[in-house]
Design a protein around this ligand. Sequence first.
Ligand code: ZN
Ligand code: ZN
Length: 251
Amino acid sequence: MRCGYCKQEGHNRRSCAALAASEGVCGCPIVTGDSVRLFRGVGTIEGCECKSCDLFRLYNVPTPEIACQILKDKEIAEKLAHEENKWPEMIIINKTRAPIFIYVNGAEPEFKQSIEADTGFKIKYVNPFEEDEISNYIVTDHDYGLKAIFRDIEPKHILKLVSVEYGTKEEITITQEASSVEDKWREAALKAQYLLHQLDRLGVKNNPNYEPIMDMIQDIQYPPYSEQDKERAGVTSGFTNIHETTGINES
Ligand SMILES: [Zn+2]
Ligand SMILES: [Zn+2]
C-alpha cells in the first residue's frame, strides 16, 4: 500500500496525516480596516504559527513527499537513539590502592558490588530505562556488607555519588585523592611505624641518647590494622625487598 498523496508506504489517502493536515483550517484573524476575516485554508498567512498551519507545514512543505520522507527518517533516527539511550552504560574504575564498594541508593537495597584496586566494573541492567528514569549509586571505601542502606553510610566513607539515567554513557575513575582521610592517616602511621622499626633494627636503642625516645616509641598504641593495610602503605613490600636483598648477598 502506497499513499497517492504523500507517496509513502503503509497507508492510503484516507488515512494520510499529510493530506489531513493540508485540509486544516487556519482560524487566525486578518484585520483589514474594519473587516475581520476568519477561517481560511492553512498556509494562507505566511509564517502563521497556529497549530493547524504548523502541522500543515510539517507534513507538506516543500512537498508532501519530501516532508513525509524527512519525518520518517527522523522517526527512524529517534527510534535508534532510543534503543541506544534506554540501555545506559556506566563503568567505574578503581584507581585507589584498596577495594571500593558500590551501593545503590533506591529500589534495590541489596545491590552491592566491590571493585578491587586497578580493576573496573560495568553496571549491567536487566531492564531498559524509561526516559525519566534514574539510578543513583554511592561509591564507598568501606564495606558495609550486603544490606547497607543509604542512611547507614557515613559521609567520610563516600568517595563519589554516581547517577545513571536514560542516555548515560560514562566512565568514572575513582582516584586515590578521593579515598578517605582516615585511610591516609593509617597509611602515614604505618609508614612511620615501619621507619621507626628500621631505626630500632639499626641499633639506635644502644645509643643512650636515643634510648628514652625509642622506649616512648614502643609505647605508641596503634589501632588494629591488617596485612592488607600494611601492603597499601607500601611497608610489606619494603620488608620483602630487604629480605630478598639479604638473600642474594648471602648466596
Ligand atoms: Zn500519505
Ligand atoms: Zn494559521
